[in-house]
Every structure is written in C-alpha cells, then in structure tokens.
Design a protein around this ligand. Structure first.
Ligand SMILES: Cc1cc2nc3c(=O)[nH]c(=O)nc-3n(C[C@H](O)[C@H](O)[C@H](O)COP(=O)(O)OP(=O)(O)OC[C@H]3O[C@@H](n4cnc5c(N)ncnc54)[C@H](O)[C@@H]3O)c2cc1C
Length: 430
C-alpha cells in the first residue's frame, strides 16, 4: 500500500470548537497483537471496532490523525436512513431480499439511537429530518416515501407537508413541499464519533492516534505497520474512505474524493429561530447535488452544500456557500459567519459502497457517496459480522460489480465532475 504521512489536528469547524473531549490516544509504538486491527477512526472504523469489542474480540484501532478527523467529524450531522445504492442491490436480487434491504435501510438509525443511550453520549441528538422539493415536480417523491413506509408498517411518525405548511415551518418560499420523518434526525457528529470511540476504549479497544499506517504485510496474520510500530492481527478492516490510500492495486480508482462544504452562522436570536426552523429539524433538498442545513444546539445555522469534484478546495468556502444560504434565507444577509470548513466525501460511480476483502483476511468498506452517518454504522456491523465469518449482508455488497475508471485519480475526478455537471444543470432546470 502507498505510504501516507499526514498527521493533523482537527479542521477548524464548529464541531471541533464545541467538542466534549479532546482526544489524546497514544501513538502506536512497538508490537501489538490483537484479534482484529481496524485502520481509520471515522464512523466506519469506530463502529466496526465498537461492535467487535461488544462481541468480545480484542481490537486495535489505528488512526493517522485524530478520532473523527475525516468526514465523520465534519459532516452535516444529518441522520438519514438508508445506504446509497441499496435499490440497485434489491433490483439485482429481487423480492427475496426485500425485508433484508428494508432492515439494512433502518439499521443505522437503530444503532445510533441505541448507542447514544447505552453509552450516554452527549451529541445533541434530535429527531426530525425534512426532505424538501425545490421543484414542483419533485413532490411526487414524497408520496412514494409514504407508500413505502405504509407497506412496511413503519412504526415511527412521518408526514407530507404541502407548500404552505413547508413555508410556514421553514420561513422560506423556496420549496414546494416536504417530507418529514421522525426516525431520522440530526446530531453533533464529532461528539458522536468521539463518544463511540470512548465507549470502545472502555471496552478494551486499543486506540492509537497520530499513527498513519504506511504498509500492510499480508499473510495468515497480517501486520499493519506505522513508522514506529505494528499491529499483528488475524484480520484487518480498512476504513479510510475518501482519505485512505490503501492497497492501490485493488482499491484505486473506485472511490473518488469530492469536497463538500459547510458554513456556520453566529447564534441566531429567538425570533429568527422561530421564523426559520421552530421544530428544529434537519433539512435537505432532494436534488442530485444537495443543499442541507440545520440548527446547532446553540442555535447557529449550519448550512452545507455544493460539491467540488476538481480535487481543489475553493479559496473562500464562505463565498462559495453563502449565496446558496441567502437564496433560501435572504433575511439572514446581515448575519455573521463564524465558521467555514470542508471535508471529503467518497463518491462511487454506481453509488454502492465498495466492500470486499483482499487475501481472505484484509477487509475494506468505503464510498458512501455523501450519505454516510447511518450507513457507516450499519457497515461497521456488517464488517464485524464478516470477520467472524457471517457473510450474508457483506456478500450483498461485495458481489456488486464496480466500474474502475482507467488512468489516474485526476482523470477519474474529471469524469465524475462532468457527470455531476450534468446533474447540476438538471437540478437548475425548473
Ligand atoms: C462536509 C460533509 C458533509 C456531510 N454531510 C453528511 C450528512 O449530513 N449526513 C450523512 O449521512 N453523511 C454526510 N456526509 C458523509 C459522511 O460524513 C461520510 O460518509 C462518513 O463520515 C464516512 O465515514 P468513514 O469513517 O468511512 O470515513 P472518514 O470519517 O473520512 O474516516 C476515515 C479515517 O481514516 C483515516 N485514515 C486515512 N488513511 C489512513 C492511514 N493510512 N492510516 C490510518 N488512518 C487513516 C483518516 O484520518 C480518517 O480519520 C458528509 C460528508 C462531508 C465531507
């Protein structure tokens, strides 16, 4: 695998500024021997490690930077059911996997709600996620969402909102309607990730930070190597997602890193909060290239959107994102922007996470195409099952064909950029 030498602290996000715990796990030094070694301490890695520890395995979790340093500690915090590409898996296998797919769709929500409660994780968890339609033609999706839930006797509350209900509850005319689901919601993702890592550590997981993995020596007992030590394990799980550069022969040109960006306003006064989001729900539009927003616990508007496939971050994130926010909320034009940050999402061409194993005992799972808060939690469980030999859900993903873009990562990103340009134009047409 390719060497990486990053060793960074958290990006200057609202989340890093309001974190519950500044983690300081040791650097990996010398030899460690465990059942399973997990590489990358974002949601995928932490969820895998925690699930394995709950099941009695000895685990080492090796992170290049800090727990939650990648997308998991920077995202919109929107808890959205599902895993991208699930519909394609269902189509491939037909009605026999219907129930399995429906369970996979909601399993991530269950895991998050259960863990927050079980481990007492303070992460501002709120229920309520609203999908909104910028175009009149998009409201038809909401009938489909409701019908799907009805068909499965979905036990949680959901509602379709018409244009007027959406306007009065969001203080904007920008949308033609909405669909709210109270099993989805929002939270402070960095505090969730750090809280889950603390729970894993309390169960005996050995966590190492500031320890970039530079090589994996394959064999019956693979060795995961950093500059100052190595972990020998029976199996390895690679969870670097858009930041990982592992095993290039197998994994390169399957997942394409794309930048996504968020701004955070100053605290809004009570009158403004009452006007723009009195129910305190997460909001995301149904476009292909989404805008999303929500209030933080201290009533800042965290507004994210756009996606940059060029591989270069914009010179000013604020200038890039603010016009999108003001299009929806022109009344916030004088509000100060206190935070601006970005992170990398891992885009897969067919939108199905790339899951598999190399040499029988090195597993990988990556590429949630920007929809990973719940999906990573399910996949953590799927990976934990797989290393223990239960492959039913793992195989659903591992068996899906993926298209590898030949040539360099740069060429791949330009192809993705072209594809997304098509969707941007499509989104902007009334
Ligand atoms: C700005 C933004 C907004 C988003 N909003 C949402 C949202 O609202 N809802 C949603 O569902 N999804 C959202 N996503 C997507 C979601 O955050 C990701 O899908 C998810 O966090 C991926 O988790 P992960 O653990 O797989 O990867 P990451 O969180 O990126 O973690 C990978 C980790 O691996 C480590 N690593 C890499 N290489 C090495 C190495 N060589 N050695 C050791 N460690 C290594 C990295 O340092 C990193 O910590 C958003 C993403 C971004 C960037």
């Amino acid at each position: 695998m390719k060497a990486t030498n990053q060793k960074q602290e958290h990006t200057r996000s609202y989340y890093a500024a309001t974190v519950n715990e500044i983690t300081n796990y040791p650097v990996l030094e010398g030899k460690k021997t465990v059942d399973i070694c997990v590489v990358g301490a974002g949601f995928t890695g932490v969820a895998t490690a925690l699930t394995l520890a709950e099941r009695g395995y000895s685990v080492a979790l090796v992170e290049a930077n800090r727990v939650g340093w990648g997308a998991s500690g920077r995202n919109g915090g929107q808890i959205i059911n599902g895993i991208s590409g699930l519909e394609k898996i269902r189509k491939k296998h037909g009605a026999s996997v219907d129930e399995l797919i429906w369970d996979l769709k909601w399993r991530g929500n269950d895991i998050i709600y259960d863990r927050v409660q079980k481990y007492g994780i303070q992460c501002d968890l709120k229920s309520g996620f609203l999908e909104v339609a910028p175009k009149a033609s998009q409201v038809r999706y909401f009938e489909e969402y409701a019908a799907e839930r009805e068909a499965h006797n979905f036990p949680y509350k959901y509602e379709i909102w018409d244009k007027e209900q959406t306007r009065s509850r969001l203080g904007t005319d920008a949308f033609h309607g909405g669909f709210i689901c109270y099993r989805d919601g929002h939270l402070h993702p960095l505090n969730l990730c750090i809280g889950e890592a603390r729970a894993a550590s309390n169960l005996g997981v050995q966590i190492f930070e500031q320890s970039p993995v530079i090589d994996i020596e394959h064999g019956d007992k693979p060795k995961v190597k950093t500059a100052s030590g190595y972990v020998e394990a029976n199996a390895v799980v690679l969870a670097g997602n858009a930041y990982g550069q592992f095993e290039p022969k197998v994994l390169s040109n399957l997942v394409f890193p794309a930048g996504s960006y968020i701004i955070g306003t100053e605290r809004l006064d009570d009158k403004t909060v009452e006007e723009i989001n009195p129910l305190d729900v997460a909001v995301c539009d149904v476009n292909e290239v989404v805008d999303y927003y929500r209030l933080s616990a201290d009533k800042r508007l965290l507004f994210g959107g756009a996606c940059n496939y060029s591989g270069r971050d914009p010179t000013s994130i604020k200038s890039y994102i603010l016009p999108r926010m003001l299009k929806i909320y022109p009344q916030l034009k004088d509000v100060r922007i206190d935070f601006e940050w970005g992170g990398k999402i891992g885009i897969v061409l067919n939108r199905i996470p790339t899951v598999g194993r190399i040499n029988q005992n090195v597993y990988y799972c990556q590429g949630y195409s920007g929809h990973g808060v719940t999906a990573t939690h399910v996949m953590g469980e799927v990976m934990a099952d797989a290393v223990a030999g239960t492959l039913e859900r793992f195989d659903l993903f591992a068996d899906m064909p993926h298209f590898r873009i030949p040539g360099s990562q740069w060429i791949g990103n330009q192809i993705i950029a072209l594809g997304m340009l098509y969707y941007k134009v499509k989104d902007s047409l009334g």
